[in-house]
Design a protein around this ligand. Structure first.
Ligand SMILES: [Zn+2]
Length: 143
C-alpha cells in the first residue's frame, strides 16, 4: 500500500504501528516523519534512511512502560502542533531543503507544553541498528 508514496507520515497512536512503519521505511529507504504525543508533550523526528538515525536508533524496541493517551490524555493543540512539524519537515524535504541543518534530519524535536518550550536534540545512529544494516547492504550492492 505504501510503495507508491515518496514520503511517509506516521500519525498513529501505538508503538507497534510506529515501529512497523520505521522498519518498512528503513528497508525501502523512504523518508519518514514520525511523532509521538502524550499529555502536554510530544516529539517529532524526520528520518531519511541512509542519512539519518531511525526510530530504533533512539529507542531500539517499543517501550512497554509508557502510559497510553487513553490513560494520560492529550490536549488537542499538542497533536496539531506535532502534525504541523511533520508537515513542515515533509514540505522542506519535497522542495529540496535537504542539506539545511535546520531541516530536522538526525534530530529529535521535543515540545514541552507545560513550559511552552521546543527543544532540538541531536540523535546519533546506533551501531548495529536495523538502519545501520540497511546502509551496509546498499554499500555492498554498490560495489
Ligand atoms: Zn536506526
Amino acid at each position: 500500500m505504501l510503495d507508491d508514496y515518496d514520503v511517509i507520515v506516521e500519525a498513529t497512536d501505538n508503538f507497534r504501528a510506529k515501529y512497523l512503519l520505521n522498519d518498512y521505511c528503513v528497508e525501502r529507504r523512504k523518508p519518514l516523519a514520525t511523532a509521538g504525543i502524550l499529555g502536554l508533550s510530544g516529539q517529532m523526528m524526520f528520518i531519511v534512511p541512509g542519512s539519518t538515525p531511525c526510530l530504533r536508533c533512539l529507542v531500539p524496541e517499543p517501550p512497554l512502560d509508557v502510559p497510553s493517551t487513553s490513560q494520560l490524555g492529550v490536549l488537542g493543540a499538542v497533536p496539531g502542533l506535532l502534525g504541523s512539524l511533520e508537515t513542515l519537515a515533509v514540505i522542506r524535504w519535497l522542495v529540496g531543503m535537504r542539506d539545511d541543518p535546520l531541516a530536522g534530519r538526525g534530530r529529535l524535536h521535543s515540545f514541552d507544553g507545560s513550559a511552552m518550550r521546543l527543544r532540538t536534540l541531536n540523535v546519533e545512529r546506533r551501531v548495529g541498528c536495523l538502519c545501520d544494516a540497511a546502509v551496509q547492504k546498499v554499500k555492498e550492492g554498490a560495489q
